[in-house]
Design a protein around this ligand. Structure first.
Ligand code: S3P
Length: 447
């Protein structure tokens, strides 16, 4: 459903897709309360479903992706409801779920399909997992291969969805991940709960650790050891989880759009309370500080193993940055918006080792390059990244979201510093992770 606030901007001649017009701004100022982190919301919903007893999730992500996860859990026999105060209350079923009567519809959500496949691989029934057009193009081989090695029977369309998974009697696996992917890591750890023996996962580049942290919060025991730039995790099968009551910290990847908007205006001031600060996600803050943004953090606390704090930021002149290697893996969801503000830095931003961006909800390297060029920017597009010179002046243009939430939001931010209005087609894609985005952006911009 299209969020009501978008209607104000709709071009009546185009009824099938919503358009948003973003006007240039003078400054960014105010406070932003973010909905719960998407990565944590998915994992809590899944683990709450296979835990014993009830869980109560506060500040659950409002995005359509996390709603897809909840809908799949319901199809797998997990009762949950959204209470009046906005809490999601889940009645856990324990490790044994119910055979779904229809295909599990993961919508646009790669996280849902990849991580949930680890759970259905542990069930003694067959599940079919489907997705929208974008998800149907995304590679699933990365979970099919190790889950098959654990004993699941999986068929796909040449490694792409739909997936048909017949699970049951899994054996533990010792697996070194060939791609840096937190979704795959969580998938295999979740499958490891159902497996006989000890599952050992090694990642050579560190990725977000919400799966590990959430498993511990739900009472599972696992061992973690850092190894070089990566990690090794061991988990024994057959452990029971127990439900939790938890407040989910604000989404750092959604905050990125507001932090980058503030970064565009020297003298801007923004407060972001209750924000996720998990060190495996917070590299963005280092890069923004390196670029010149003033950031201070207060009220740090730990909630169920996740670090949370309040952020106060103040805009200054932006210099330059290079993002490569381990940084690219740590910043993967924030690169589109960093690239979108790159022309407004003094000396530009270079992104390397980011091939994975080509197989996200859209080809994010091509999408960023296309939209920046439409705004008059000079961009050097490479197979695994982008080099965007600084000191450029951009003009408003007609852009496309390419059906990708992060592209829609990244260019709403860039448009704040362009000359003239920018129209973004397919702006409703923002609802995948952050339905209130345009309204909130409007509230903190001064014109
Ligand atoms: C996510 C991991 C990342 C990220 C995605 C969410 C997660 O994907 O891009 O938005 O919650 O684990 P990959 O695991 O494919 O890198």
């Amino acid at each position: 459903m299209r969020p009501a606030y978008v209607d104000r901007y709709i071009d009546l001649k185009m009824k099938n897709s919503s358009q948003v017009i973003v006007r240039p701004a003078r400054n960014v100022r105010g406070s932003v309360q973010l909905p719960g982190d998407k990565s944590i919301s998915h994992r809590y919903a899944m683990l709450a479903g296979i835990a014993e007893g009830a869980s109560r999730l506060e500040n659950y992500s409002t995005g359509a992706d996390c709603a897809s996860t909840l809908a799949c859990m319901r199809s797998l026999g997990v009762p949950w409801e959204c209470t009046e105060g906005g809490f999601i209350e889940v009645q856990g079923r324990g490790l044994s779920l119910a055979a779904p009567a229809k295909a599990l519809d993961c919508g646009n959500s790669g996280s849902t399909m990849r991580m949930l496949s680890g759970i259905v691989a542990g069930q003694k029934f067959t599940s079919e997992m489907i997705g929208d057009e974008s998800l149907s193009r995304r590679p699933m081989e990365r979970v099919i291969k190790p889950l098959s090695a654990m004993g699941a029977q999986i068929s796909s369309q040449q490694g792409k969805p739909p997936l048909r998974i017949t699970g049951g009697a899994l054996k533990a696996i010792d697996y070194t991940m060939p791609v840096a992917s937190a979704q795959v890591k969580s998938c295999l750890l979740f499958a490891g709960l159902f497996a006989e023996g000890e599952t050992r996962i090694e990642e050579t580049l560190r990725t977000r650790d919400h799966g590990e942290v959430a498993l511990r919060a739900f009472g599972a025991k696992l061992e973690r050891k850092s190894a070089g730039q990566g990690n090794e995790i061991r988990l024994r099968g057959g452990q029971t989880l127990r439900g939790i009551g938890a407040r989910i910290p604000g989404d750092l990847s959604s905050a990125a759009f507001f932090l980058c908007a503030a970064a565009l205006f020297p003298g801007s001031q923004l407060l972001v309370p209750n924000l996720l600060m998990n060190p495996t996600r917070a590299r963005l803050l280092d890069i923004l500080m390196q670029l010149g943004l003033h950031i201070s953090v207060t009220q740090l606390e730990e909630i169920h193993g996740e670090l949370v704090g309040s952020l106060q930021v103040e805009g200054a002149r932006l210099t330059q940055a290079t993002i490569s290697g381990a940084d690219t893996a740590a910043l993967i969801d924030e690169i589109p918006v960093l690239a979108a503000i790159a022309p407004f830095t003094e000396k530009g931003i270079e992104v390397r080792d980011a091939k994975e961006l080509r197989i996200k909800e859209s080809d994010r390297i091509a999408a960023v390059a296309t939209n920046l060029r439409l705004m008059g920017a000079q961009v050097d597009e490479r197979e695994d990244g982008l080099k965007i010179p600084g000191g450029q002046t951009l003009h408003g243009a007609e852009l496309d979201s390419f059906g990708d939430h992060r592209i829609a939001m990244a260019f709403a931010v860039a448009a704040l510093r362009a000359e003239g209005e920018t129209l973004i087609r397919g702006a409703e894609a923002a609802g995948i992770s952050y339905p209130a985005f345009f309204q909130t952006l409007e509230e903190v911009t001064e014109r």
